[in-house]
Design a protein around this ligand. Structure first.
Ligand SMILES: [Ca+2]
Ligand SMILES: [Ca+2]
Length: 194
């Protein structure tokens, strides 16, 4: 497959990227094609508005927050490597892979997926989802669908249900516990490759 090889040659350190993310050669090539497709102006990087073309994201309630996760604070662009690394969080967990205690936890493990979602809510990055964080995120997600009063009561209930140590905020451990029964793979499946 000549075209396959020529694509890979254009992606330096591709082996490293595959190892880190667990994506196969075929995945990387498809992601590279998708990246180029989204990069309409062929600048070699994507801006937040390029992500608006991703269908599943526009209708995902936390779509905006997910788009935000591709961009580190103060940066308005994302390159192919960062793009692939972030997308690796959405890869279904691979249970068939033999677990080696020496190797670092894969990006798509349940814990890393939960961490990824957690930081979408922890707006001020202080390690806790506070009432204010939650209010802002939910306001963005629900926008016109609820009144401020309803929003307040949703926030109250969410915090009450998850907050175990009574500090009026949700730590990562509390977050993890509250989502114990949730199939995170299912929740985090987004069709980027369509
Ligand atoms: Ca916070
Ligand atoms: Ca707490």
């Amino acid at each position: 497959m000549g075209s396959t090889n020529s694509t890979l040659i254009k992606i330096p350190n591709v082996e490293e990227l595959m190892q880190e993310t667990g994506f196969s050669t075929a995945h990387i090539i498809r992601l590279h094609d998708r990246f180029k497709e989204l990069d309409k102006e062929r600048r070699g990087y994507l801006c937040p508005r390029d992500f608006e073309a991703i269908k599943g994201l526009a209708i995902n309630p936390i779509g905006d927050r997910i788009i935000g996760a591709f961009f580190s604070p103060g940066r308005e662009t994302v390159d192919f490597y960062t793009f692939v690394r972030i997308l690796a969080h959405f890869r279904p967990a691979d249970n068939s892979r033999p677990k080696e205690s020496s190797s670092p936890e894969p990006i798509n493990s349940r814990t890393n997926k939960l961490k990824f979602v957690f930081q979408l809510y922890d707006l001020d990055k202080d390690g806790k989802i506070s009432r204010i964080d939650l209010l802002k995120v939910l306001r963005g997600m629900l926008e016109m669908q609820v009144t401020e009063e309803q929003l307040d009561s949703i926030v109250d209930r969410t915090i009450q249900e998850a907050d175990l140590d009574g500090d009026d905020a949700i730590s990562f451990e509390e977050f993890r516990k509250s989502l114990e029964k949730v199939n995170i793979d299912h929740k985090m499946s987004i069709r980027f490759l369509r």
